[in-house]
Design a protein around this ligand. Structure first.
Ligand SMILES: NC(=O)c1ccc[n+]([C@@H]2O[C@H](COP(=O)([O-])OP(=O)(O)OC[C@H]3O[C@@H](n4cnc5c(N)ncnc54)[C@H](OP(=O)(O)O)[C@@H]3O)[C@@H](O)[C@H]2O)c1
Length: 292
């Protein structure tokens, strides 16, 4: 398959292009090549690369800044996705779009399924939900893939932050009342591959596998342990670490329909983290064949 990945300079896109290139003809276009807020730029890009499927990793991802920079967040995450949906639909080409757990309000106590009703608690989530809706109105053939708590080699992320802080300080205070699922960009890339190869349009949930009780504190503790650092991790509440954007207190995503529909097998979060932190700290691809 000929695949065009947009937002090619980003954290997820960098690993996705590497994973898809193992078996497909894949190109990652940066914002300088295709700007999703500009329909002319999209049309020129699609005519130039002539893909059979487009994967959109381009996004405005600064969750806190989105609270005050609402226009840009909506332009990229909402209107940009509408533009892509229209351009792909006109060419009868499927669009695979990456969305987020932050479309949910976090008031559930069991994993969110693709059939649960989104209700974001921050503007980033609002703008990503707008993108999902615009895409469903603009295009007939779409895959929406929601994921959460991403980390990878090619961008700033929670794991890198914890490793840096733990190397320089004897104590770390980390929020212990927000639950979710970390996701390595490489494991997600194999999930995206399974979805686009399935040819079955719909809404999918893909993360690394947790038991649903993991918090940022638990995640940080495991990062410090696996890296062999001595820093003490102290649990705190969200109220002790206020941020401009509210976060859902629970955003675990249910993957059963993704697995049933595509055959994708999620990786356990500790195993993915180990490959990232310990075994292959400077490489992006590290899953064995049976884990893909
Ligand atoms: N990171 C997470 O924890 C997380 C969690 C759940 C879901 N997601 C979703 O996963 C996807 C990938 O996230 P990521 O962490 O890989 O993001 P990222 O590293 O911030 O990459 C996003 C890319 O999009 C580019 N971009 C911004 N505006 C654009 C435009 N108008 N046209 C084309 N490209 C544009 C950015 O370029 P510049 O850098 O030059 O602006 C950047 O290269 C996003 O849809 C995000 O919402 C992420």
């Amino acid at each position: 398959m000929k695949v065009l990945v947009l937002g090619g300079g980003g954290m997820l896109a960098s690993d996705l292009v590497a994973v898809l290139s193992e078996t497909h003809d894949c190109y990652g276009a940066t914002i300088n090549e295709v700007d999703i807020t500009d329909l002319n730029s999209i049309n020129a890009g699609l005519d130039r690369y002539r893909p059979e499927v487009v994967v959109n990793c381009a996004a405005y991802t600064q969750v806190d800044k989105a609270e005050t920079d609402r226009e840009t967040a909506l332009l990229v995450n909402g209107i940009g996705v509408q533009n892509l949906g229209l351009a792909c639909n006109a060419r009868q080409m499927p669009l695979c779009h990456i969305s987020t757990d932050y479309v949910f309000d976090g008031l559930k106590d069991s994993p969110y399924t693709p059939f649960d009703c989104p209700k974001p608690v921050n503007f980033y989530g609002e703008s990503k939900l707008a993108g999902e809706k615009y895409l469903q109105w603009a295009a007939k053939r779409f895959y929406i893939i929601r994921t959460s708590w991403l980390y990878g080699h090619h961008g700033p992320n929670f794991v890198k932050t914890i490793l840096r802080l733990a190397s320089n300080s004897s104590e770390l205070r980390v929020v212990d009342d927000q639950r979710g699922s970390p996701t390595w960009t490489v494991s997600l890339s194999y999930g995206i591959k399974a979805v686009i190869e399935s040819g079955k349009p719909g809404i999918y949930h893909i993360t690394d596998e947790t038991d649903g009780t993991l918090t940022w504190y638990g995640f940080a503790s495991e990062i410090v342990r696996q890296a062999g650092l001595n820093s003490r991790v102290i649990p705190i509440s969200t109220s002790e670490y206020p941020t401009p954007a509210k976060r859902p207190r629970y955003s675990v995503l249910d993957m059963s329909s993704t697995c049933l529909s595509t055959g994708f097998k999620p990786v356990k979060w500790q195993e993915a983290l180990e490959r990232y932190v310990v075994k292959f700290p400077s490489k992006s691809l590290a899953l064995t064949t049976e884990q893909r």
